[in-house]
Design a binder for this molecule. Structure first.
Ligand SMILES: Cc1cc2nc3c(=O)[nH]c(=O)nc-3n(C[C@H](O)[C@H](O)[C@H](O)COP(=O)(O)OP(=O)(O)OC[C@H]3O[C@@H](n4cnc5c(N)ncnc54)[C@H](O)[C@@H]3O)c2cc1C
Length: 300
């Protein structure tokens, strides 16, 4: 068992300041805290969490009542109590971060439970759990977003691959954004930001965007933030959608024709007695709407 000159009980502002000073004066000092994190009431319960809430409330008030006086108009302003609570909890140390993570995992779990089974995305629950460490959570989200983008942009990726020109115009393929997100998520290289900047400059130079959009992008806004459309990509998406619809109709027709042919072949191969038996079966009310192939299936 170690010996100390000074033992301070309690790691709040009173205790830790006392322990630091005692150590500075050359005493071998220990500070005992039962809570598991230092900072006492001030950091974990009182001053810091309440100031964090006050700060959020002040910002909301300013945006609501004072921004218009300096020429900033905001629309659809609303309070996100969940995010405010997260800021407060995270500001109060490790236990707060754990509580915030458990809360968000539960919220996401309930959100996913309400969805149709085919639309559920349990990866989002996992992402909330990983967010206990925000830097790792951010990397995981970037990785997940890259995979999502590959699905969402699959027509453009298929059509353009890693192309940099489209219809004689410089325009990066979304493959670079996917690559950028992956590089940022895995090797910490912020390629995603570089690609977003290049996209914004490209769109700022495109006269099909409105003047306001072009000015905003030249000032550093991202293309997606100002709703600048990439017409060439829209065209690829629309064409791919129409091609898929035409292909689906063609397949449906082919399937129906094959079924009809199968029925013709089957009826030609039937004897008169079999045809009579089928007619008898078909006349029953429970077989209304059924077809020859159903009859053959039932009477194999
Ligand atoms: C809502 C609220 C808002 C506040 N806002 C402000 C503010 O804006 N400005 C300001 O100056 N003050 C503010 N305060 C007051 C401030 O929090 C306290 O004055 C300060 O925390 C007191 O510090 P302390 O070290 O004496 O006690 P505490 O901070 O309470 O620390 C005592 C520590 O000792 C630990 N402990 C107790 N018994 C034991 C034991 N037997 N073994 C081991 N550990 C033990 C406790 O777990 C605790 O961590 C606020 C308080 C509250 C509740």
């Amino acid at each position: 068992m170690e010996n100390y000159d000074v033992i301070v009980i309690g790691g709040g502002p009173g205790g830790y300041v006392c322990a630091i000073r005692a150590a500075q004066l050359g005493h071998k000092t220990a500070c005992i805290e039962s809570r598991g994190s230092l900072g006492g009431t001030c950091l974990n319960i009182g001053c810091i969490p309440s100031k964090s809430l006050l700060h959020s409330a002040e910002m909301y008030h300013k945006a609501n009542k004072e921004f218009d006086k300096i020429g900033i108009t905001t629309g659809g302003l609303s309070l996100d109590l969940n995010s405010m609570l997260d800021t407060t909890l995270r500001g109060s140390g490790l236990y707060g971060a754990v509580a915030s993570t458990i809360k968000n995992v539960l919220i996401e779990y309930m959100r996913q439970q309400e969805k149709d089974p085919f639309q559920k995305d349990n990866a989002k629950i996992l992402l909330q759990a990983i967010n206990i460490s925000p830097p790792i959570g951010s990397k995981a989200r970037k990785f997940y977003n890259s995979l999502e983008a590959m699905d969402y942009e699959r027509d453009i990726l298929e059509a353009r691959g890693f192309g940099v020109m489209v219809d004689g115009k410089f325009q990066l393929s979304p493959a670079y954004q996917v690559l950028g997100n992956l590089a940022s998520a895995t090797i910490n290289l912020p390629l995603d930001r570089a690609v977003a900047e290049i996209d914004a400059v490209t769109e700022a130079l495109d006269s099909r965007n409105s003047d306001m959009q072009r000015i905003a992008m030249a000032l550093g806004w991202k293309a997606w933030e100002v709703g600048a459309e990439i017409e060439e990509h829209e065209l690829i998406n629309t064409t791919a959608k129409e091609t898929r619809a035409i292909e689906a109709t063609r397949k449906r027709k082919e399937k129906a024709a094959a079924k009809r042919q199968k029925e013709i072949d089957a009826i030609q191969a039937m004897s008169q007695e079999e045809i009579n038996a089928y007619a008898n079966w078909k006349s029953k009310p429970e077989n209304k709407g059924k077809r020859l192939l159903d009859y053959l299936e039932e009477n194999k």
